[in-house]
Design a binder for this molecule. Structure first.
Ligand code: FAD
Length: 420
């Protein structure tokens, strides 16, 4: 654990961004006696942390750029109904992201990035358990069944290969290979079109919006200030402290600042040397009533549709749109997800959708998050987790709080240097 620089342990820290990553960092900073202020320009879970699939799946938490995704992405440019969308006219920033993403979509780069994920995946649940033991009221749910379902055995071979790679990389993941009938035996909400499946073991899930709100409540109960409607437009390291300025003119000084602004990380991070593009990988979701709500997540990998039970409803999520986080919700994507799921689910009322939502996965070209000190030893980055900010948010908070308060970088964070 190399020492970074000897600045006194900060006592007052501002966390910008009230998503899973920011709030978890705030909570673990409080564990270490830090007085925290959380600022968000909208509110708690206003970004990607609300309508996502809520999977806590360290067993399949892997880097997004990989050879198969690349093939998929290129095909997607030609097919508007594909679950991966790249606009035909990309701007310079998106082109930079796509070029980097393409460069990292090789088997060798995937293996290197996977090596960085494994130590994180191993400890992901431990951080959730610490939150629960420390008074966060929302629960994580054990996925009694977690089924990846396919029409055909041929489609299934893609994930079986990937599980082989994950296993060879040293990641533990137990699974069973099921026929369609066996899968329906476990999960009656699968339709007769399902002809092959994989059942994953040892994973969990949450209702992410509920969970992040309960994390915010816990952070508040432990004495933090939570300032919503605070659009941070400037962060300045003044040598002895950091000034945080909002668009409304509020101006406060802190000992240190954490940038946990998800897809918008680059906006405040760039001047502190964070050069990696954080690109919005937009996903959509909605929830539907079911005759039989599944007892755990259901995944249709060929359609890239992820379903999660949320109480008496099923959340259905999908799409990967590489375009501006600010673009409005595109209803065609919602319909494309509903149509992709329709033949595969039994007893799902896909025409009575509620909570239609779009949110932006903060994606990096190398598929790794940005966690740690920036060019300023008082300004830290925590973001860029792409598809996995819910699974890895709490552990990110644990490790970053350790780094901020001790000045030492935990070994797990070395590959995620925000200045790379
Ligand atoms: C469809 C979909 C499904 C997904 N499923 C899963 C899953 O099953 N499991 C999983 O692990 N991950 C999943 N993800 C990914 C996960 O949602 C994200 O990685 C995670 O939510 C990122 O959290 P965050 O806290 O970094 O960012 P966010 O939740 O986006 O939070 C960033 C916050 O910063 C605020 N902000 C930004 N700029 C400023 C500023 N200048 N001033 C003040 N506030 C600012 C925003 O308002 C926002 O609230 C999914 C994502 C999508 C879209």
């Amino acid at each position: 654990m190399p020492a970074i620089e000897s600045v006194p342990a900060p006592q007052r820290v501002a966390v910008i961004g009230a998503g899973m990553v920011g709030l978890a960092t705030a909570w673990f900073l409080q564990e270490r006696g830090v007085q925290v202020t959380v600022l968000d320009r909208t509110g708690v879970a206003a970004g990607a942390s609300w309508g996502n699939a809520g999977w806590l799946t360290p067993g399949i938490t892997t880097p997004l750029p990989e050879p198969a995704v690349l093939r998929y992405g290129l095909r997607a440019v030609l097919s508007p109904s594909s679950p991966v969308y790249v606009p035909p006219r990309a701007d310079a920033r998106l082109l930079r992201f796509l070029a980097g993403f393409t460069r990292h979509s090789t088997a060798a780069k995937w293996r290197t990035a996977m090596r960085a994920y494994i130590p994180m995946n191993r400890r992901a649940f431990e951080a959730f358990d610490a939150l629960r033991a420390g008074g966060v009221s929302a629960m994580t749910h054990e996925a009694k069944s977690f089924i990846a379902a396919y029409r055909t055995e041929a489609e299934r071979s893609v994930l079986l290969d990937e599980l082989g790679h994950i296993h060879s990389a040293g990641q533990e993941i137990e699974f069973d290979v099921l026929t369609g009938a066996e899968a329906r035996g476990v999960e009656p909400s699968l339709s007769d079109n399902i002809g092959a499946a994989i059942r994953l073991h040892g994973q969990r899930f949450i209702n992410p919006g509920e969970y992040v709100h309960s994390l915010a409540d816990a952070v508040l109960a432990r004495g933090a200030s939570l300032v919503t409607g605070a659009d941070v437009v400037d962060v300045r390291d003044e040598g002895t402290g950091v000034r945080v300025v909002t668009s409304a003119g509020a101006d406060e000084r802190y000992d240190a600042v954490v940038l946990a602004t998800g897809t918008w990380l680059g906006e405040l991070g760039r001047r502190f040397g964070v050069r990696t593009v954080v690109q919005a990988g937009r996903g959509y979701s909605f929830s539907v009533a079911m005759e039989h709500v599944p007892s755990g997540p259901v995944y249709f990998p060929a359609q890239r549709v992820a379903c999660t039970p949320l109480g008496d409803r099923l959340r259905v999520a999908g799409m990967m749109e590489f375009r501006s986080a600010e673009a409005p919700l595109d209803r065609r994507r919602i319909l494309a997800i509903a149509e992709a799921a329709r033949p595969l689910l039994r007893g799902a009322d896909l025409d009575a959708r509620v909570d239609e939502w779009v949110g932006s996965r903060p994606c990096t070209p190398d598929g790794l998050p940005l966690i740690g000190a920036t060019r300023s030893s008082r300004v830290f980055a925590a973001g860029g987790h792409g598809m996995w900010g819910i699974t890895l948010g709490p552990l990110t908070g644990t490790l970053l709080a350790e780094q901020i308060t001790t000045g030492r970088q935990p070994a797990e964070l070395q590959p995620f240097n925000p200045l790379r």
